[in-house]
Design a protein around this ligand. Structure first.
Ligand code: G16
Ligand code: MG
Length: 208
């Protein structure tokens, strides 16, 4: 059993990856190169700044630090335009139901996301009140695979890592959870998430 459940956001609760993709592709095209859906796989769970570095590598574009900052801001403005239109219909199957089920059983719930837009997205999905703690990209210094985000979540829930479980879809996120000493359920493909303690296709598979 476990006393705390820590959920990643993109790829676990909601598919915001498609909006990140559209915004990054828009930025790439502004700079004269294409950005494919396959390229986008490399950005899942990765911080905004690191994502930009990868994008620039793909486009073989070199820019100044000031330009990088401007590009990251532009991408985010575009991304925020897309997510502003989101509502609860975009919750992934089983997400709300599984969290409610855990809450009924007395399990504490936290968010552990790399996104600086996480609080806004939870509001759009009308699930803010389901979380006892929200740790996101505005509260962390080190990005996944560093364990910081999940250790902060445990601390805010007042629980030990060994009493918690993380739900993660990205390899870097699974590694971050393991580094924090927390058991992790991978969401996605078992051949990709090899370091997870268990893997399911989605939270709907966990509903009893
Ligand atoms: C999410 C996405 C990443 C994104 C990151 C930062 O991570 O998977 O693609 O780059 O957040 O997002 P933002 O630009 O909104 O700060 P997670 O940890 O929720 O899967
Ligand atoms: Mg994710």
């Amino acid at each position: 059993g476990f006393k705390g459940a820590i959920f990643d956001l993109d790829g676990v609760i909601v598919d915001t990856a498609k909006y990140h993709y559209l915004a990054w592709r828009w930025l790439a095209r502004q700079h004269g190169f294409d950005f494919t859906e396959e390229d986008n796989e490399r950005l899942k769970g990765v911080s905004r700044d690191r994502s930009l570095e990868i994008l620039l590598e793909i486009g073989k574009v070199t820019v100044s630090e000031a330009e990088k900052k401007a590009m990251a801001d532009l991408k985010n403005a575009k991304y925020v335009e897309y997510i502003t239109g989101m509502d609860e219909s975009e919750l992934l199957p089983g997400a709300r139901e599984y969290i409610l089920c855990l809450r009924d059983a007395g399990v504490k719930i936290a968010l552990g996301s790399a996104s600086k837009n996480a609080a806004f997205i939870l509001e759009k999905l009308s699930v803010t009140s389901l979380f006892d703690a929200v740790i996101d990209g505005t509260k962390t210094i080190k990005a996944k695979p560093d364990p910081e985000v999940f250790l902060l979540a445990c601390r805010e829930l007042r629980l030990l890592p060994e009493d918690c479980v993380v739900f993660e879809d990205a390899v870097a996120g699974v590694q971050a959870a393991r580094a924090a000493g927390i058991r992790v359920v991978g969401i996605g493909n078992a051949s990709q998430l090899t370091e997870a303690n268990a893997v399911v296709g989605g939270l709907d598979e966990l509903l009893g």
